[in-house]
Structure formats: C-alpha cells, structure tokens
Design a protein around this ligand. Structure first.
Ligand code: ADP
Ligand code: ADP
Length: 230
C-alpha cells in the first residue's frame, strides 16, 4: 500500500528554474526506497514537497490516501509523520546538549511527560546516542552528528523517514553504520526514502529505486524492472 503518491507535480523556483516537470510516483509503505539522480535532478525539491514545505505549482500529493492540505493544522500533523533529515546535520542541531536537541520535537507534540521520555529514550537507543546525551552537539564527530540528527527526527515517531544523501561526506565505516541503522529502523516498521549518487549502493540496498533526471522520472521500480526499462 502507498504511503505517498504524487500526481504530476510541477514546481518552479522564484527565478524561473523548473525543478520538477511532472513527477508521478508511488512510495510504498514499509519499503526501503532509493532516489538516484545527479546534482540538480530535483531530489531535494521533491523531498520538500513530501512534508509540505514546498507547495507544487500544479499536481497533488496524497499521504496514506488523503490529499495533503496546505493548512497550518494539517501541515503540523504531516511533518510529525514525515520526517526529513537534510544533508548537513548542523541544520537540525541547535540546542546546548544532544538530549535537548533530541527532545525538542516531541516536546512540541503536546504529549505527556512520560510519553516524551519514552520516545526520546527509544530514539536515542535506536540510534546509539544514549551515551552522547549530555554532550555539546558542536563537540561531536560528523558521524555522531549524523546519528543525532536522525534521532531528532525519529523521536517524533514518524512513519516515513526521508534522508538527503545520508552517507555523503562519511567514510565507508560510518556510512555502513548509518545504513545499518536505517535498516534497523526499517525493520521496526518505518518507510525509508533516501537520495544517493551511488548506483551500486542503491541497487544493493533498496527494495525500490527511482531515477530522477532533470526534474523528471527516468525509471522507477524494483531492481529487475529498472533494468528492463533501460
Ligand atoms: P538535487 O537535490 O537533485 O540536487 P534540487 O532539487 O536541489 O536537485 O535542484 C533541482 C533544480 O532546482 C536545480 O536546477 C537547482 O539548481 C534548482 N534549485 C534548487 N533550489 C533552488 C532555489 N532555492 N532557487 C532556484 N533554483 C533552485
Ligand atoms: P555520493 O557521496 O557519491 O553521493 P553516498 O553518499 O551514497 O554517495 O555514499 C558515500 C560513500 O559511502 C560512497 O563511497 C559509498 O560507496 C559508501 N557507502 C554508501 N553506502 C554504503 C554501504 N551500505 N556500505 C558501504 N559503503 C557504503
């Protein structure tokens, strides 16, 4: 079953750049999905549509069968369910300590203190950041920051986790650890979508692959289907 569908999304930036030229896709629940594409293909622009940060010029998006509405209330609920982890972890990390960063999201969800603590603890445990919780975020290594930024989004208990090039800038040891972590989160029931330049990795890791080029979908499907289209 789809968690997200998009129908003919078109998006143009203020300077006239047409970043999405009619994107129709289905993202299936519980899957590991890789989006392949060169710089400028439209991956980040596409992601920003999935939690309503950007609104398409035309076309529509559904989340679990319901069309996304651009009201404050709807978007707030959507952003809890659809978590985006950007390439640069510093964009998410701004509190004095790791613990405060990770608990920031759930504290704004209007949950009980108990529920907040459970979520934060679960997110730290899942990402291996429990022992970092008292540290200052700026003192962490890049791999640690990456894990903390994943914990920040995970602590909101999203259903869909979107990561923009999660292993970019990491050496293969830390890249592997991040991928293992995403696999674990996926086994625990979350849908994972990530973007990458790395074709070999995408084919090895993903259940479903989407190839974007110049704002359009070049190919889409499982490993075998993708080969048939090419
Ligand atoms: P990717 O994530 O695949 O590298 P992007 O979604 O960032 O691709 O970019 C798609 C296209 O939109 C590119 O041509 C890029 O230069 C352009 N673009 C991205 N952000 C902006 C922006 N803020 N203003 C104008 N053009 C942009
Ligand atoms: P790029 O930086 O080219 O966009 P990625 O960000 O996907 O590519 O990956 C960065 C580096 O980490 C690449 O050298 C890639 O081979 C490596 N890598 C990615 N995922 C894995 C993995 N699961 N196991 C081992 N190495 C990986």
């Amino acid at each position: 079953t789809p968690i997200i569908t998009t129908n003919n999304l078109i998006y143009r930036y203020g300077d006239g750049t047409e970043a999405l030229k009619g994107i129709s896709l289905t993202l299936n629940q519980g899957k590991k999905i890789a989006i392949l594409g060169n710089n400028g293909a439209g991956k980040s622009t596409f992601f920003l549509h999935l939690n309503g940060i950007l609104k398409p010029l035309s076309g529509s998006i559904t989340f679990k069968g319901e069309r996304i509405q651009y009201t404050k209330k709807y978007l707030q609920a959507l952003r809890q369910k659809v978590g985006i982890i950007f390439q640069n972890p510093d964009e998410l990390l701004f509190s004095p300590t790791v613990f405060e960063d990770i608990s920031y999201g759930p504290r704004n969800l209007g949950l009980t203190k108990d529920a907040i603590e459970r979520l934060v603890h679960w997110a730290m445990k899942e990402t291996g950041t429990l022992e970092l919780q008292k540290k200052a975020t700026h003192s962490l290594s890049i791999g640690q920051k990456k894990r903390v930024s994943i914990a920040c989004v995970l602590s909101m208990d999203p259903e869909l986790l979107i990561l923009d090039e999660p292993t970019a800038g990491l050496d293969s040891y830390y890249a592997k650890k991040i991928i293992n972590l995403l696999n674990q989160i996926n086994r625990d029931g979350k849908t994972i979508v990530l973007s990458t330049h790395d074709i070999n990795f995408a084919f090895e890791w993903a259940d479903e692959i989407i190839i974007l080029h110049d704002g359009k979908v070049l190919g889409n499907g499982g490993r075998e289907e993708i080969f048939l289209q090419k």
